[in-house]
Ligand binder design. Structure first.
Ligand code: TRP
Length: 796
């Protein structure tokens, strides 16, 4: 038994080998992944940088294989060499050689090929496809070394074969281009995602045939088809087209794979017979028909046999003369005739196919290497126009398709290799690597290739170009599915493949990149030590240092008049609380944590309340001092230092109580705001209770207003140095800053709201520091002669 782990290690290789070659020998040594049990030799091979495959029905049919799978199946026996398909294969070789010589197309690279025979049989087509993937022997098996074996395949001819080959190639995402498979069934992109063709789909043909029947008023017709998808779908399509037109179908017949006898034709009166089949299966059927000597039938031929030259011979002419049908568009291939002439048994002595060609054309055997019942050739045989099955090059149709298909691959490959760095079509705008091109990458280019062959525009024929990653398809109302618009994904949604049907929503903490091709983690934003944060920190520190400096000056000059006259103790208090105000601005910078959130608003509100309470106390003292100067007024008795302290403490305590209630009931907490801007997660402190927040601010505002009113009343009192004037001014600034703060705070996004609050704290603190202390410092330091009691009282 093969050890299980081997399958797990190289599943791809095992699948391929087992599929083609059957079970692995019991004695397979450990580690040996698979062994080829028989090989399938290509008809023609050429080496090159990039290998493409070709599958052609070089024989009309094969002996029915023995499907008993209890022993190794014998080698395939193919019958009836087909010179027409041989010509197609030679056309592929010609195209590859032309491309290799071209200086414009793939200039520094060469194309190689492997051409296989499918014997017009799906199972053999499948073997050919697997043979291409596997290589001739294990040592050369590209699949087993993990390399990409083939970039693309040209093939197959019949739709039935193409369907099988396409299914085999799908897991490897190798694109294939068919030159003759016209079945409408192959247009299903979900079933055949890697299938391309250079021939129109049969919907057009059946529509044209239906119109023709109507035009000639042939209303009683027989339908005959081969036993394959091509025939089945074409007949279905024709019946659909004929529905309700008045054309009646006399009978539907199928030519069985193993031909026995036709039955209906002779008994039916239908004079017009439409046949969807190929020449190989038609031959026994026609022979039978000729034997019965039925004449007077108008044949309507499908594109598969209408131009087949086998039926042009005198043998068939009396029966098939007058046959009509729609042929495939023909083209011109420069140099095809002379190229075909180069193929002869002397040049290819060991190639059995070339020997068979000679056998088919001249009825002689050209090499003793191969057994043949035919008489030996003279060596004088030469290819002439009359050997039309092979040499008919006047109007290549299928051969022209083969030629186009090779060029389509070469042009796509050329475009792929010319991809501009950082603007490629793949993930993150990458390009394919020239030394490791994946077939699916080539497919991307195949989808949009457009080129010229001798002035002939070739096969982008699409309603809408495919949608790039970042976009999704939006089907247009009332139009076929091929016609769609490409709509960019909404923000927060992405599509990372071409032709996406829908955009996918990014997970919660992710957001779409600008191209909408990938989900990227949302940026987390908060006021941190970036340039803004550093600037605010610096201003706060400078403010605090300045306050300390003023404090030092005051302490040093504490015995001078200006310090003493204005209640020095309150001044020291104000300076200390101002310093705290500056410092509490720092709590707003940095990532919000539960503690910093709680600290932020409480620290700020309490220090500010303390500061303004002190100023209020001071204003009261100033006011009282002058009122007390009037006779009979002993108000100063009620405003001694003890009372002042009590007032300050009481005023501050109210704020402390509000804050305590806030912290206990609904404390501020850090929160992730994803609603404001979807592409960002804003880390902020949620206030917990807005009421508390506005109460705290309102209380500070109340204190400031009281202070302002009292100071305003006292501003005109006599004295050279009336502090009330400065207090009025400082309160004006304070109130202005905080009034401006409210709208700015409410309308600022994310981290800027914190920055605005920090700024307001710093601005108002600076306002207070300058208005209250700058004039005094000026006198203390620069005009000490004015620092006398007389001068201050306005008495000289
Ligand atoms: N258009 C046909 C198809 O798609 C052509 C064809 C090629 C064919 N080989 C054939 C049809 C063999 C029937 C049998 O199949």
């Amino acid at each position: 038994m093969m050890p299980l782990f081997v399958i797990l290690v190289k599943p791809l290789c095992v699948t391929v080998c087992v599929l083609i070659q059957g079970a692995v020998a019991d004695s397979a040594p450990l580690g040996k992944v698979c062994s080829l049990r028989s090989s399938f030799e290509p008809g023609f091979v050429a080496a090159g940088d990039y290998i493409i495959g070709g599958i052609f029905p070089l024989h009309y049919n094969q002996e029915m294989p023995d499907l008993n799978s209890t022993y190794r199946p014998p080698a395939v026996k193919c019958n009836g060499f087909d010179p027409r398909a041989f010509r197609w294969a030679q056309t592929m070789r010609l195209a590859v050689e032309e491309i290799n010589q071209s200086k414009k197309l793939l200039p520094n690279h060469t194309l190689g090929y492997k051409i296989f025979d499918s014997c017009a049989y799906p199972l053999t087509g499948q073997r050919a496809a697997l043979g291409m993937l596997n290589g001739p022997a294990e040592a050369h098996s590209p699949m087993c070394t993990g390399a990409s074996p083939l970039l693309a395949i040209i093939g197959e001819s019949g739709s039935a074969q193409s369907i099988v080959v396409s299914r085999i190639l799908q897991p490897f995402r190798i694109p294939m281009i068919s030159y003759f498979s016209s079945c409408a069934c192959l247009s299903d992109r979900r079933k055949y995602p890697t299938f391309f063709r250079v021939i129109p789909n049969d919907d057009y043909q059946v529509n044209a045939i239906a119109q023709m029947l109507l035009r000639f008023q042939w209303t009683w017709v027989g339908l005959i088809r081969g036993d394959h998808e091509y025939g089945r779908f074409a007949v279905q399509g024709l019946l659909r087209e004929l529905e309700g037109t008045g054309v009646c179908v006399a009978y539907q017949e199928m030519i069985p794979l193993l031909y026995n006898r036709q039955r209906v034709m002779q008994s039916s009166g239908a004079k017009v017979v439409v046949v969807f089949s190929a020449e190989g299966e038609m031959t026994p059927f026609l022979k039978d028909y000729m034997l019965l000597n039925i004449t007077g039938i108008q044949w309507v031929a499908s594109e598969a046999w209408v131009t087949a030259s086998v039926f042009a011979g005198s043998e068939y002419y009396p029966y098939l003369g007058g046959t009509i049908g729609f042929g495939i568009r023909r083209g011109h291939i420069q140099g095809l005739k002379s190229y075909l002439e180069t193929v002869d048994p002397q040049t290819y002595p060991s190639n059995p196919l070339v020997q068979e060609l000679w056998g088919a054309l001249y009825g002689c055997s050209s090499s003793p290497l191969f057994y043949s019942p035919l008489p030996p050739c003279s060596g004088q045989e030469s290819l002439l126009e009359q050997h039309s099955a092979y040499m008919n090059t006047s109007s290549p149709r299928v051969a022209y398709n083969v030629y186009k298909a090779v060029y389509a691959i070469a042009h796509s490959l050329n475009n792929l290799l010319g991809c501009q760095r950082h603007s490629g079509p793949f993930n993150n705008k990458s390009c394919a690597q020239s030394n490791d091109i994946q077939p699916w990458q080539l497919q991307h280019y195949l989808q949009e290739v457009a080129f010229n062959i001798a002035g002939d525009e070739v096969l982008v024929s699409i309603c809408s170009a495919s949608c790039l990653p970042g976009f999704r398809k939006a089907v247009r109302r009332g139009e076929p599915v091929c016609c769609f618009d490409c709509v960019p994904c909404d923000t927060g949604k992405i599509s990372n493949q071409t032709d996406a049907i829908d955009c996918t929503v990014c997970p919660e903490d992710f957001w779409s990149n600008t191209d909408r091709t990938a989900c990227i983690p949302k940026t987390v934003e908060f006021l941190t030590y970036d340039s803004l944060g550093i600037a605010l920190t610096a201003v706060a520190v400078v403010g605090a240092c300045l306050t300390i400096a003023v404090l030092a000056v005051f302490l040093h000059h504490r015995s001078t008049a200006i310090v003493r006259v204005n209640n020095s103790e309150l001044s020291f208090f104000i300076l200390l609380s101002l310093m705290l105000c500056f410092l509490c601005a720092l709590v707003f910078i940095g990532e919000p944590t539960p503690w910093s959130c709680m600290l932020r608003h409480t620290a700020f509100s309490i220090t500010f309340s303390l500061c303004i309470s002190c100023i209020l106390g001071k204003t009261l003292v100033v006011l009282a001092a002058f009122t007390a100067a009037r006779p009979g007024n002993n108000i100063m008795k009620w405003l001694g230092p003890m009372q002042q302290r009590a007032i300050i403490s009481a005023c501050t305590l109210v704020q402390v109580i509000i804050c305590a209630a806030w912290l206990i009931d609904a404390p501020p907490f850090p929160s992730r705001n994803t609603l404001y801007e979807h592409s960002k997660i804003i880390l902020e402190c949620s206030v917990g209770s807005s009421l508390a927040f506005w109460c705290v601010l309102g209380y500070i505002g109340l204190l400031a207003c009281m202070c302002f009113i009292l100071a305003f009343l006292a501003r005109k009192l006599p004295g050279n140095f009336n502090e009330a004037k400065y207090i009025t001014f400082s309160m004006l600034i304070f109130c202005a800053v905080w009034l401006a703060f409210i709208p700015a705070y409410i309308s600022s996004p994310g981290k800027y709201a914190d920055a605005v609050e920090t700024f307001a704290i710093l601005a108002s603190s600076f306002g207070l520091l300058f208005c209250l202390f700058a004039p005094k410092c000026f006198i203390i330091v620069l005009q000490p002669e004015k620092n006398t009691k007389q001068h201050l009282m306005g008495k000289k």
